[in-house]
Design a protein around this ligand. Structure first.
Ligand SMILES: Nc1ncnc2c1ncn2[C@@H]1O[C@H](COP(=O)(O)OP(=O)(O)O)[C@@H](O)[C@H]1O
Ligand SMILES: [Mg+2]
Length: 215
């Protein structure tokens, strides 16, 4: 479980996150929804320790190297899909055989075996995000933090990625402004509005929150 207490983030004089208490259960896909600029990405980055907090406390219960943050836009390396997916394992000094085996598993999971030797920078948006996710999952993180993972990709790849994510046994926070996606994916969601958490419930109920009227 991730425990957040009296968390504040300010840019200059502007308070963009202001959360008194939030507990994010593990073993489920927990959603964070809300309109543009409501503070979703800032909150997620602070949880992943990619952004400094101004004040407050975040307890994740795991080491930094057991968490992975997936940016909205894949930043893949200028090399093959295989090498991209295996790069965190190489960094962690896995044996070559182990890396090959794990990369093969992930290529299969994402149904992208045919792309194995292609340069990752030549992929379509949907393919690139699959490689990005496969790379993020390669080393078996305990938590994965997803910031609008399907915002820029086609509906078919989006559904494929959703199905794969749902099949995984990993603790997950999914930030999305796609309310339908939240309903399809999440067991519980927090609604953010102007930096605050204004509701936590199952998606169907949360979606009725007045702050989401124009999202
Ligand atoms: N690096 C930054 N400097 C100044 N303001 C920022 C910065 N990052 C985000 N903000 C502001 O913080 C608010 C929340 O942003 P963000 O967390 O990206 O919202 P969301 O992900 O919900 O769209 C917005 O008003 C945004 O303009
Ligand atoms: Mg954002």
């Amino acid at each position: 479980m991730i425990k957040i207490d009296k968390l504040i983030k300010e840019y200059d004089d502007k308070r963009v996150v202001d959360i008194d208490k939030l507990q994010i259960p593990d073993k489920m896909i927990f959603g964070i929804i809300g309109g543009n600029g409501s503070g979703k990405s800032t909150l997620l980055k602070m949880i992943a320790q990619l952004e400094e907090k101004t004040l407050g406390h975040i307890e994740t219960g795991v080491d930094l190297d057991q968490m992975v943050y997936l940016f909205q836009k894949p930043h893949l390396f200028n090399t093959s899909v295989r090498k991209n997916i295996g790069s965190p394992l190489k960094f962690r000094k896995w044996d070559k055989d182990q890396i090959d085996k794990r990369v093969d598993e992930l290529l299969k999971l994402f149904d992208i075996e045919h792309l194995s030797h292609m340069n990752a920078l030549k992929l379509s948006g949907g393919e690139a995000q699959k490689v990005n996710l496969a790379r993020a999952l390669s080393f078996g993180p305990k938590w994965i933090f997803l910031d609008e993972p399907t915002a820029n990709i086609d509906p078919k790849s989006t559904r494929q990625i959703e199905e794969i994510l749902k099949s995984l046994d990993i603790n997950m926070i999914l930030v999305t402004h796609n309310l339908n996606q939240a309903t399809r994916m999440c067991k519980q969601v927090a609604v953010m509005f102007e930096g605050k958490i204004v509701e936590i419930s199952e998606p169907e109920k949360a979606l009725e929150h007045e702050s989401l009227q124009y999202v």
